[in-house]
Design a protein around this ligand. Structure first.
Ligand code: FAD
Length: 716
């Protein structure tokens, strides 16, 4: 804690202590004010401004220091200053004092609270951002809630001080008037309790909840307004309960859930069932990585005592195998399977023409109009292509077109240092391409911790990838048959020659061509949805890559559940999409798997954490397998057995991670993992050893000292 902060805390504590030590509270009692009322009134008559100034400062001090007595002072204001002046003085003094208390709480406590409850606080902050002023107004209006608690608690949120000030002043005004007015009749008051009659309190409560109710009504009206321009085309009845657009992971799961709960659902796909994951993403890339891994192992067979394996890559065969694997998985996502599950599947291009109608272009001039109660948009994302001069001229591959390749590029340039770029760069290098990977940022896989990026870089470089970070692609050039990428690094330009260029610079949500613009559904990089995945039209929901914030198959299916359930049952019960435990894996070798917080994020969000590491190089099974590299890194709440996040780098890290994902999801700590038998010798033991490391750091030292004494005593 900084010196400044410590000094402030000391000063505040000293002032509060002085109040109690010198029993200043005796001046803030009803009896005292009554006894001295005449003296104060006389003083006020003589020197009104001075009395007001002193009263104002004293009032600010009492509220800012959260001292008891503000209510008595408000009565005194009425008794001494009268209704109008008293109300004005108290209204400003109480709001300023409350804001000072709010700021002090923020300055002194916010960091510590943020560090301990960061994730939960983020949720609260989100709510405060949206509805905070309404809640504050309600709390202020109903004088049942102790004001000093409100000041301190609100200080811990991200509410702006200005908002806090004006909402407080507005909210406290009615109560202030009642108390100041009561103060004008001070002699009749026997206790503070009598001031607010049950009827008055009831009115305050009603007044307090009014803004909340009003907000709900405004929301409902706004929702109705959204639909107003479509009122004339709203069908009387609907043919379907749900139409799902896009048959990738998100669309398949949404429609499956809808069918499972007996809704009438139609799934529309314009291209290939299974979407990107099956056809261009996870499945083909992992099939390719398998061959690349095999090739790598053969090259290193001597390490395992198998000398001279003559392996030659037949790239066309490799890619045929990839295509075969896709074919083999295809039935899982096929029209037949989904039809059997109760989903009507249409192969065509969908367009939303109004909030309840989807037109499907089935090709060859055929079309179908579907009316539906809800629509789920699951149109996914497509590879982004950078606007580089000359790119079209040199030609380029993306994850969409890569799989048609049948000749191994001798020199492959991979543009992009994210997960997809890294996976493919390593795979092609292992298959025999000379790969150069160009990344504009300072490191690969920028979402991971620096040490993970460094690990990934080493792994790729070991396989022969030339990794160029901090290199900005400027343009492409064709000189006869020769192709170049011009990059800039450290202020200098240089050319990199290549045979094929693969763009792996990210994927952009598909937002055009199916009615978003016409319906005025807002979209930035992805479709804007609320926490229930509803768009501006509550009966139109979005999930998967098109909705973000993640771009994974498992997050697409996870969101799909919420979209389907909220779409079908939202009028009865809605569920907020839960992103608290999201795992992901990058399938380079060694794999990088991640769930929850990493150190980088913890630092950014100022969340205090303890880091426990276990080096996989010590793990028996990894040593036996020749894969003894990597680590398990676990972040926990300081001093508590609560997992905040885990990063695993190592062979099969993605599979090892599942144990931590389960633990985090169900609130299990490292003690539970340590207390679970892990078969020997398995890679999963790494998780147990990481838990063991944590346990060692949290040994009950004092108890152990006593136990040592006990043993010594036993030995005699
Ligand atoms: C090379 C690569 C490797 C990847 N590896 C992994 C991995 O290992 N693990 C992982 O979790 N994720 C991985 N991903 C990401 C994963 O593929 C996506 O996150 C996932 O496919 C998203 O699913 P989705 O349903 O949101 O979208 P998509 O799978 O893109 O499906 C959307 C579908 O909507 C259809 N569509 C669009 N517009 C219309 C319309 N108007 N009418 C009808 N249909 C329409 C499209 O044709 C498409 O089939 C990888 C991606 C790539 C490119």
């Amino acid at each position: 804690m900084s010196r400044k902060k410590l000094l402030l805390i000391a000063a505040l504590l000293a002032l509060v202590a002085a109040f109690f030590v010198f029993d200043l509270g005796r001046f803030l009692s009803l009896d005292y004010i009554k006894q001295r009322q005449a003296d104060f009134a006389a003083l006020h008559a003589q020197r009104p401004l001075a009395v007001i100034a002193v009263f104002f400062i004293a009032y600010v001090a009492v509220t800012a220091l959260s001292l008891p007595g503000a209510a008595i002072m408000t009565l005194a204001a009425g008794a001494i200053l009268g209704l109008v002046t008293g109300t004005i003085v108290v209204s400003f003094a109480s709001s300023i004092g409350a804001t000072l208390a709010f700021l002090a709480a923020r300055y002194v406590l916010r960091d510590a609270v943020q560090a301990r409850f960061g994730a939960r606080l983020a949720e609260i902050d989100k709510g405060i951002e949206k509805e905070g002023p309404f809640y504050l107004f309600t709390l202020r209006l109903v004088p049942l809630f102790p004001f000093f608690v409100i000041n301190l608690l609100m200080g811990l949120t991200r509410m702006r001080a200005r908002t806090f000030y004006w909402v407080s002043q507005l909210g406290m005004f009615a109560g202030t008037v009642v108390y100041v007015n009561a103060g004008t009749q001070l002699a009749r008051i026997e206790s503070l309790r009598g001031i607010l009659s049950p009827a008055l309190l009831g009115s305050f409560v009603l007044l307090g909840v009014f803004p909340l109710i009003a907000k709900k009504i405004v929301d409902a009206v706004q929702r109705r307004e959204v639909y107003a321009r479509w009122a004339s085309v709203k069908p009387r009845r609907f043919d379907r309960n749900m139409v799902v657009i896009g048959a990738g992971a998100a669309g398949l799961v949404s429609s499956y859930i809808a069918a499972a709960v007996k809704a009438r659902v139609t799934l529309v796909e314009s291209h290939k069932m299974g979407g990107d994951c099956l056809n261009y993403g996870c499945v083909p890339s992992k099939a390719l990585i398998k061959t690349a891994t095999l090739m790598h192992q053969m090259k290193h067979s001597a390490d395992y005592g198998i000398a001279r394996v003559e392996a030659r890559v037949d790239f066309a065969d490799v890619m045929e195998r990839v295509a075969r694997i896709v074919k083999q998985v295809e039935p899982h996502d096929s029209v037949e399977r989904y039809t059997a599950l109760g989903v009507e599947v249409l192969l065509g291009s969908a367009k939303i023409v109004n909030p309840w109608t989807v037109e499907v272009d089935l090709g060859e001039g055929r079309g179908q109009t579907l009316t539906t109660k809800t629509i789920v948009i699951a149109t996914g994302a497509a590879p982004s292509v950078p606007s580089l001069p000359g790119l079209d001229d040199v030609g380029f591959l993306t994850s969409d077109t890569l799989w048609a390749l049948r000749e191994l590029p001798p020199r492959l340039l991979v543009l992009g240092g994210g997960p997809v770029g890294c996976e493919l760069a390593q795979a092609f290098a292992r298959l025999g391409s000379q790969v150069t990977q160009v990344e504009m940022g300072p490191r690969l896989m920028a979402r991971e911790d620096e040490e993970v990026s460094a690990f990934a870089r080493q792994a790729l470089e070991r396989d022969g990838v030339q990794v160029l970070t901090g290199h900005k692609a400027l343009r492409c050039l064709r000189e006869g048959e020769r192709l170049f990428l011009v990059v800039e690094a450290d202020g200098r330009e240089k050319r990199i020659e290549f045979d094929r260029l693969l763009c792996a610079v990210g994927r952009s949500a598909r937002l055009e061509g199916y009615g978003l613009e016409e319906l005025g559904i807002p979209a930035g990089k992805t479709i804007e949805t609320d926490e229930y995945l509803r768009t501006r039209y509550p009966n139109i929901l979005a999930c998967g890559d098109v909705a973000g914030p993640f771009q994974f198959t498992h997050t697409a299916s996870h969101q799909a559940w919420y979209a389907a359930v909220n779409g079908l049952f939202g009028s009865v019960k809605k569920f907020k999409a839960d992103y608290s435990v999201i795992p992901w894996t990058t399938f380079i070798d060694p794999e990088v798997a991640h769930v929850g917080l990493n150190e980088q994020e913890a630092k950014e969000k100022k969340i205090a954490c303890e880091v426990t590491r276990y080096g996989i190089d010590e793990l028996d099974r990894a040593i036996a397998d020749g894969s003894a590299q990597g680590f398990v890194k676990v972040l926990t709440v300081p001093g508590r057995d609560k997992i905040l996040g885990v990063t695993i780098v190592g062979a099969h890290a993605g599979d090892l991670l599942a144990e931590f994902v389960l633990a985090m999801k169900h609130g299990l700590g490292l003690n539970k993992i340590l207390g679970t038998i892990h078969a020997y010798p398995t890679l999963s033991e790494a998780n147990k050893y990481a838990a063991g490391e944590w346990k060692r750091q949290h040994q009950p030292e004092r108890l152990l000292k006593w136990v040592a004494r006990f043993h010594a005593w036993q030995r005699g």
